[in-house]
Design a binder for this molecule. Structure first.
Ligand SMILES: [Zn+2]
Ligand SMILES: [Zn+2]
Length: 401
C-alpha cells in the first residue's frame, strides 16, 4: 500500500476534476452522490446489523420486547448516522473543491469535509454517543502511534505495551473507584467496572459467611469471588475468540474443531487473569488493612495488568489512556471547569472522524484495520475505489514525469 505524501498528492490529483477522483463511477456530481447514498444505505444497514447482533449476544441477559424495540430504534439511528457520513463523502468533497478551494489540496480533501460531516454523530442515540467517541479517539491514538513507529520515533514491543497497560489500568481503576456510583452511567471503553468502596462493614447485618472478608467490597467468601470472576472473564474471552474465528467455519465442524489451537485461549487467559488478579489483590489488601479504600485499586490494577502479557494488543493498551481521559474530562464538566453547553465529545468525534478517513486514504498502512473494514463496509467499497483511483492517477503522474 502506498503512503500518500503531500507532494505526491499534489502531483497526482491536485488539478484533477472531482469525477476523476471522488466519483470515478459516474461523471455527474449528483448521480455520484445518489450512488454513494444507496451504497452507504446498504453498507451501514449491514454493518450495524452485525454490530448490534454481536452486542446482544455478548450481553447474554434476558431480553424482553421493550428492550428489543429500544435496540431496534437505536439500530435505525446508528444506520442513519452511518448512511449520512458515508454519503457525505461525495457531495462535500465535490462542493468544497468546486466552490471553495478550486483544487484538491492534501488537507482540504477528505480530512476537512469528513471532519465537517462528523456532526452526523448527533444521529447516534446519546447513550451510544460516548462509546462511539471513545472508540474513535482510541483509534486515532492507535493511528498516531503507528505513524510515529513508521517514522522511527517510537518502537513498539509487547513488553512496552504491557507496561503502559499496567500503569494505565492502575490509575484507571483508582479513578473508577473514586467515582461514587457514577461510572455506571459513563459507558467506559473498559472490560469491567470495579465494585464501589465498601465503607461501612456492619457485622451484625452482614450476609458474609466469612468474617475475615468483612471489609471486602463483595458478599460471600473471597475465594468464591475471585474464582467466579476468573471463570466469567475467561469464558467471555474464549467465547469472543470462538465467535470471531471458529463460528465462520461451522459449515465444516471437523475443520472448525481442528483449527482450535492454544492461541484461541490467550484472550480468555488475559481477561480471566486480569479480573482474577485484580480481585485477589483487593481482597488481600482489605483483609490486611481491615478496611476498603479506592487506593487499593492502584496496586491491584497494576499487578492485574501483567495478564496483558498473554494477549498484547496496541488498541487495548491505549484504551486505558482513552478511558482515563474520559473520566478526567467528565470531572471537568462536573466541576463546571468546562461549560455545560460545550459539545466537547461531539467536536472530538468530528475531528477523529476526519483524521481517520484521512488515514484511510493517505496512510492505509498505519490506518487501524477496524477503520479500513468500517469504511469499506459502510460505503460498500466506494471509498476503496476512490483510493485505487488515486493510485492509478499517481502511477500516470509518475509515468509522465
Ligand atoms: Zn463531483
Ligand atoms: Zn474478599
Amino acid at each position: 500500500m502506498v503512503q500518500a505524501s503531500k507532494m505526491m498528492w499534489d502531483r497526482a490529483v491536485g488539478d484533477a476534476d472531482c469525477c476523476d477522483l471522488i466519483h470515478p463511477w459516474t461523471p455527474g456530481c449528483v448521480s455520484g452522490a445518489t450512488t454513494m447514498f444507496w451504497s452507504s444505505f446498504k453498507g451501514s444497514c449491514k454493518f450495524y446489523a452485525v454490530l448490534y447482533v454481536i452486542q446482544l449476544l455478548i450481553r447474554g441477559k434476558k431480553m424482553n420486547k421493550k428492550f428489543l424495540l429500544q435496540q431496534f430504534d437505536s439500530y435505525l439511528k446508528s444506520a442513519a448516522f452511518g448512511c449520512l457520513v458515508g454519503t457525505s463523502f461525495v457531495p462535500f468533497n465535490c462542493f468544497f473543491k468546486r466552490f471553495l478551494f478550486q483544487r484538491f489540496y492534501y488537507h482540504t480533501t477528505v480530512l476537512f469535509p469528513m471532519t465537517l460531516s462528523g456532526v452526523g454523530i448527533y444521529f447516534e442515540p446519546p447513550h451510544r454517543r460516548y462509546l462511539v467517541v471513545s472508540t474513535f479517539f482510541n483509534l486515532v491514538l492507535e493511528y498516531w502511534v503507528r505513524m510515529l513507529e513508521h517514522q522511527g520515533i517510537v518502537k513498539r514491543t509487547p513488553l512496552r505495551e504491557t507496561i503502559i497497560f499496567m500503569f494505565g489500568s492502575a490509575y484507571l481503576f483508582y479513578l473508577m473507584r473514586q467515582q461514587k456510583d457514577k461510572n455506571k452511567k459513563m459507558s467506559l471503553l473498559w472490560f469491567f467496572t470495579p465494585p464501589k468502596v465498601n465503607r461501612q462493614p456492619i457485622e451484625s447485618t452482614s450476609d458474609k459467611c466469612d468474617k475475615s472478608s468483612l471489609y471486602c467490597p463483595h458478599t460471600g467468601s473471597c475465594s468464591d469471588y475471585i474464582i467466579k470472576g476468573y471463570i466469567q472473564m475467561f469464558g467471555l474471552g474464549c467465547a469472543m475468540t470462538m465467535l470471531r474465528t471458529v463460528v465462520p467455519k461451522l459449515g465444516t465442524p471437523v475443520k472448525a474443531i481442528k483449527s482450535i489451537t492454544a492461541k484461541h485461549f490467550t484472550l480468555g487467559l488475559f481477561l480471566g487473569g486480569y479480573m482474577g488478579i485484580y480481585r485477589l489483590v483487593v481482597c488481600i489488601l482489605c483483609r490486611q488493612f481491615k478496611r476498603d479504600s479506592a487506593r487499593h485499586a492502584i496496586p491491584a490494577g497494576f499487578l492485574a495488568g501483567t495478564a496483558f502479557w498473554f494477549n498484547p494488543n496496541l488498541s487495548v493498551s491505549l484504551a486505558s489512556i482513552t478511558s482515563i481521559l474520559h473520566i478526567l474530562c467528565s470531572r471537568l464538566y462536573e466541576h463546571k471547569i468546562l461549560p455545560e453547553n460545550l459539545p466537547l465529545p461531539e467536536l472530538l468525534y468530528a475531528l477523529c472522524q476526519g483524521l481517520l478517513f484521512h488515514a484511510r486514504v493517505m496512510h492505509p498502512e498505519q490506518c487501524p484495520r477496524y477503520i479500513l473494514n468500517l469504511v469499506h463496509t459502510v460505503t460498500s467499497g466506494k471509498v476503496t475505489l476512490v483510493y485505487e483511483t488515486f493510485l492509478k492517477m499517481l502511477a500516470i503522474a509518475d509515468f509522465n514525469k
